[in-house]
Write a protein that binds this ligand. Structure first.
Ligand code: ZN
Length: 223
C-alpha cells in the first residue's frame, strides 16, 4: 500500500549518484516525487511504528494524471519485458493505493483492470463489485509501494482462490531494496532501502521535532 519510506540517502545524493548506480528512469521517478511535493522531509511515524526522517506520498504523484499515465506506461513495459514480451490479460491491484497505478498499467497493456478490497466483516482481501477472473487468464499484480510484499501476496492468494496463477508483480516504489519476495517475478521503477529507527533510538525524537503520521490510515493519534 502507498506511502511510507525512509530513504538511505537524501535526494541530492541520489541525483549525484545518477551517473553511476541509478538509471535515468530511476532518477526521473524520484524527480516526479520531488516536483509534486510527494517526497517529504521531517519526522514521521511509519505504519510499523518505527520513525523516519523521510516519507513518500505516492498519491500526490498519481494525482497528476499525466504522471500516473507515464509511470503506468513504464511499469507496463517492465512487466512485458519480465514476461518475455507477453501481455497479461488482467491487472489486479490492492485498494486503495494500488487502484490508480493498476488502472494505468492495465491501460498501457490493454488489459482488464480490477482491484481487491477488504471484506468489512472478515478483513480478508477479496474481489467485489462483480469483478471476476477465469482459470487460464494471464494475471499480474500491481501496487504503488512494496514494503514487505504483504499486500501483493494477499492479492496473489485471491487469484489462487480463482484457480489463477499470477505471472508477475510490479510497483512504482520498492522500499525493501529488492529484498521483498512475493513468490513471483517482480519489478519496480525505483528500488530504495528503507532506513527507520526504533522510537527509543530516534535522533529526531531526541531533537524534539514534532512527530507526524501522514499515512493513508486516518484518525490514529500520534503521541
Ligand atoms: Zn522519532
Amino acid at each position: 500500500m502507498c506511502s511510507i519510506l525512509g530513504l538511505t540517502r537524501p535526494f541530492s545524493e541520489i541525483h549525484r549518484a545518477a551517473t553511476g548506480i541509478l538509471t535515468a528512469m530511476e532518477t526521473s521517478v524520484m524527480a516526479l516525487f520531488e516536483e509534486t511535493g510527494a517526497y517529504l522531509h521531517g519526522h514521521f511515524r511509519l505504519t510499523s511504528g518505527l520513525h523516519s526522517g523521510e516519507y513518500l506520498q505516492c498519491a500526490k504523484v498519481l494525482a497528476i494524471p499525466a504522471y500516473a499515465e507515464r509511470l503506468g506506461q513504464e511499469l507496463a513495459q517492465q512487466i512485458k519485458s519480465l514476461l518475455s514480451g507477453k501481455t497479461p490479460q488482467v491487472v489486479i491491484a490492492p485498494a486503495i493505493g494500488g487502484i490508480v497505478i493498476g488502472h494505468e498499467v492495465a491501460k498501457a497493456l490493454q488489459a482488464r483492470s480490477l482491484f481487491t478490497e477488504r471484506d468489512l466483516d472478515t478483513n480478508e482481501m477479496t474481489l467485489r463489485r462483480g469483478f471476476e477472473i477465469k482459470p487460464g487468464e494471464s494475471v499480474v499484480v500491481i501496487e504503488d509501494v512494496i514494503t514487505t510484499g504483504g499486500s501483493t501476496k494477499e492479492v496473489i492468494r485471491v487469484a489462487d482462490s480463482y484457480g489463477v496463477k499470477v505471472q508477475a508483480a510490479g510497483s512504482i516504489i520498492d522500499r525493501s531494496g529488492g529484498r521483498a519476495d512475493v513468490g513471483v517475478p517482480r519489478v519496480a521503477l525505483q528500488s530504495l532501502r528503507a532506513v527507520a529507527y526504533q522510537p527509543e533510538d530516534c535522533l529526531l525524537c531526541k531533537q524534539g521535532l514534532p512527530l507526524v503520521k501522514p499515512g493513508s490510515r486516518r484518525t490514529e493519534p500520534v503521541s
